[in-house]
Design a protein around this ligand. Structure first.
Ligand code: GLU
Length: 291
């Protein structure tokens, strides 16, 4: 399969250094494999979107020389496709309507094992049925990871009760429709990979390879979040930002010595990209690590 990677930011605020590390890592890995690199705007959750954020993120990426090889896809334009795929899952019995609320599931730690009452027409989510058993995969940085989804998440949400499609669902449909061979992203999403693989299997889709990159944490050990107004990187010299991201990815510092322009840095970096140097860093507090 030909290499095709992607960077998929949610437009919840300006890009911060942590998102840039994911953007650069996915771009370098695609280029080093002679592959394509796409940008996808994950604006499926309209409630969290900030007006103008997607355009600002794209402008930041452009300044850093990171430009999508194909026209940019926005999830908000794909709702019809999501509805069609979801209907197929419900018809086959793999997914089911559910009105259990978060409060009702609190006693089982939020894990959904069975419906506590019949679905109510007014507030219905759709969940994927999760069977007992380990979901295992080989991550290019973390090695073999396994998760028992029946214990950690239970039947998980594909369509939320507020009508928005869940990230887990949209990302799987998009990666497949766009022919993504390699998912390279932040290590917080390692904890989503098992769910995404289960969904891929339920839909008869191939599993992309995965590589989870070190997160950038703030002083108290939490992941930087765009929506919490983490400092934007636009005020910094683009060459300096790229150099800093290269170091964060565990790459050899001397490779970029003396290079001043974005073009020179990216050209040299793609020649020397060494995935084996990327350090495994565990997800931050509050993110469930796979078992
Ligand atoms: N949209 C997600 C985010 O901004 C990334 C999704 C992914 O790379 O799978 O964190």
């Amino acid at each position: 399969m030909r290499y095709r990677g992607r960077f998929a930011p949610s437009p919840t605020g300006p890009l911060h250094f942590g998102s840039l590390v994911a953007a650069l890592g996915s771009w370098l890995d695609a280029r080093a494999h002679g592959g394509e690199w796409l940008i996808r705007i994950e604006d499926v959750d309209r409630a969290r979107e900030r007006p103008g954020a997607a355009e600002a993120q794209l402008a930041t990426l452009r300044r850093l020389g990171l430009v999508s090889d194909l026209p940019i896809v926005r999830q908000s334009q794909r709702l019809e496709r999501y509805r069609e795929v979801l209907a197929r899952l419900v018809q086959s019995g793999r997914a089911f309507p559910c009105s259990c609320s978060r409060r009702e599931l609190a006693s089982s730690g939020g894990v959904h094992r069975r419906c506590l009452h019949p679905p109510m027409p007014a507030r219905q989510a759709v969940r994927l049925r999760v069977e007992a058993g380990l979901e295992c995969f080989e991550d290019r940085v973390f090695g073999r990871c396994c998760e028992d989804l029946a214990r950690s998440t239970g039947d998980f949400v594909l369509l939320r009760a507020d009508g928005f499609f869940a990230y887990q669902f949209a990302v799987v449909v998009d990666d497949a429709d766009q022919g993504i061979s390699d998912v390279v992203r932040g290590a917080d999403l390692l904890a989503s990979t098992a769910r995404q693989r289960l969904l891929q299997r339920a839909l008869g889709l191939p599993h992309p390879r995965t590589m989870h990159l070190p997160l950038v944490l703030d002083a108290s050990g939490n992941k930087l979040a765009k929506s919490e107004g983490a400092q934007a990187i636009d005020r910094e010299d683009p060459a300096a930002v790229l150099r800093r991201a290269w170091l964060h990815l565990g790459q050899e510092p001397s490779v970029l010595a003396g290079l001043r322009t974005v073009q020179a840095i990216l050209a040299q970096a793609q020649r020397h990209w060494t995935p084996a140097r990327v350090p495994p860093s565990w997800p931050p507090k509050g993110v469930t690590a796979p078992m």
